[in-house]
Ligand binder design. Structure first.
Ligand code: SF4
Length: 314
C-alpha cells in the first residue's frame, strides 16, 4: 500500500512552569490516499496538536512524519515549502482565520501570490472558479469577511485552502463554531470536494456524531494517546475501548444497534502534566482492573483493521 501520510511515534511535549505538558505522547497512524480519518476526543487530548505538527505549524519533539514518501523532518526549507503546497488546513473559527481588512478575493488568492503562481488576471479567474466550487457567487470576491455569515466564511476559508490544489487537508473542528443547521451543509461540501479533487482528510472533532457519516476511519484519543482505531462503521457498532464506548453513549441520538455501556463517563480529564500511570484512562474507567493501574496497554491489532489499547479488549 502506498500511504499518503505516515505518522510514527509522534511526540510533542510543551515545557510549562510546572513541568512538561505531554500533549502528544507516542502516536502512530497512516492514511491511504482518499481516506477521511477522523480524530476524536475531549479538548486537551492532543488531536489539534497532531494536526498542526503534521503541517509543521508546531515542531514535533520526536517522531517521523512521512508525506507522499518524504520524511518532512529531513527536508530543506525550500523542499518543505514545496511539499506544504500539497497540505492545507481549515480552522475551527472562520471569524478568526480571515483577515477582516482583506477582500475575500484577495484572501483566497493570497496562497497563489505567496507561491508565485499565475498573474493577476489568471488569479482572478481562479478565485471566481474557487468561489463557484464552494457554492458562493463569484461576484462576492470584492466583499469583506464581515458581510458574510459563519457558514459562508467557512466556505471562503475552504476556497482559500483549495487554491493550491492540495492533496491533503487537515480540517480542525471545521463545523464546531457553526449552527447545527449549517454544519451538515459544510460537511456535505467537504464530502463533494473529496470526490471532485481526490482529497484526503484528517478530520479533527471533539464529538463522534459529526464524523459518523463523513469519515472512513476513526481514531479515539485520550490524554495524548491513540486508544482505538477502526473503520467508522465498526467503531460505531462494536467499540472496544471503554472510553470510546463512553463517548458514543454521550451522542444524543438513540440507536438500538449500539452496544450499551455499564456506566456513563465520570470525572474530569486528568492534567496532561501528570498523566495517570498505567492506562491513562483508569481513574475514569468503569471496568478497570488492578493491572490497569500499573501497566500501560499497547495499541494492539484485534483484526478487521481494528486496534485497541485496553487490557480487557479481545
Ligand atoms: Fe479500562 Fe483497564 Fe482498559 Fe484502561 S486498560 S480502558 S483502565 S479496562
Amino acid at each position: 500500500d502506498h500511504h499518503l501520510l505516515q505518522v510514527e511515534h509522534l511526540v510533542k511535549h510543551f515545557p510549562v512552569a510546572g513541568g512538561l505538558v505531554k500533549a502528544v505522547d507516542g502516536v502512530s497512524f497512516s492514511l491511504l490516499p482518499g481516506e477521511t480519518f477522523g480524530l476524536v476526543g475531549e479538548s486537551g487530548c492532543g488531536k489539534t496538536t497532531i494536526g498542526r505538527t503534521i503541517l509543521r505549524l508546531v515542531e514535533p519533539s520526536s517522531g517521523r512524519i512521512v508525506f507522499d514518501g518524504r520524511d518532512l523532518r529531513q527536508l530543506s526549507r525550500s523542499e518543505l515549502r514545496r511539499v506544504r503546497r500539497d497540505m492545507q488546513i481549515v480552522f475551527q473559527d472562520p471569524y478568526a482565520s480571515l483577515n477582516p481588512r482583506m477582500r475575500i478575493g484577495e484572501a483566497i488568492a493570497e496562497p497563489l501570490v505567496i507561491h508565485g503562481i499565475g498573474n493577476r488576471q489568471s488569479r482572478q479567474e481562479q478565485v471566481a472558479e474557487l468561489l463557484r466550487v464552494v457554492g458562493l457567487d463569484p461576484d462576492y470576491a470584492s466583499r469583506y469577511p464581515h458581510e458574510f455569515s459563519g457558514g459562508q466564511r467557512q466556505r471562503i476559508s475552504i476556497a482559500r485552502a483549495l487554491a493550491l490544489r492540495p492533496k491533503f487537508i487537515v480540517a480542525d473542528e471545521p463545523v464546531s463554531a457553526l449552527d447545527v443547521s449549517v454544519q451538515a451543509q459544510i460537511i456535505n461540501l467537504l464530502a463533494d470536494l473529496r470526490e471532485q479533487f481526490g482529497l484526503t482528510y484528517l478530520f479533527i472533532s471533539h464529538g463522534l456524531a459529526v464524523v459518523e457519516h463523513f469519515c472512513t476511519r476513526v481514531g479515539t484519543m485520550y490524554l495524548g494517546k491513540l486508544v482505538e482505531v477502526a473503520p467508522t462503521r465498526r467503531l460505531f457498532t462494536q467499540p472496544r475501548h471503554p472510553y470510546t464506548q463512553a463517548l458514543l453513549e454521550s451522542i444524543p441520538i438513540p440507536d438500538p444497534s449500539r452496544r450499551k455501556v455499564r456506566a456513563p463517563l465520570a470525572g474530569d480529564v486528568p492534567s496532561p502534566l501528570a498523566p495517570p500511570p498505567g492506562c491513562r484512562f483508569h481513574p475514569r474507567c468503569p471496568v478497570a482492573v488492578d493491572e490497569c493501574r500499573h501497566r500501560e496497554p499497547p495499541l494492539r491489532d484485534v483484526g478487521e483493521g481494528h486496534k485497541v489499547a485496553c487490557w480487557l479488549a479481545t
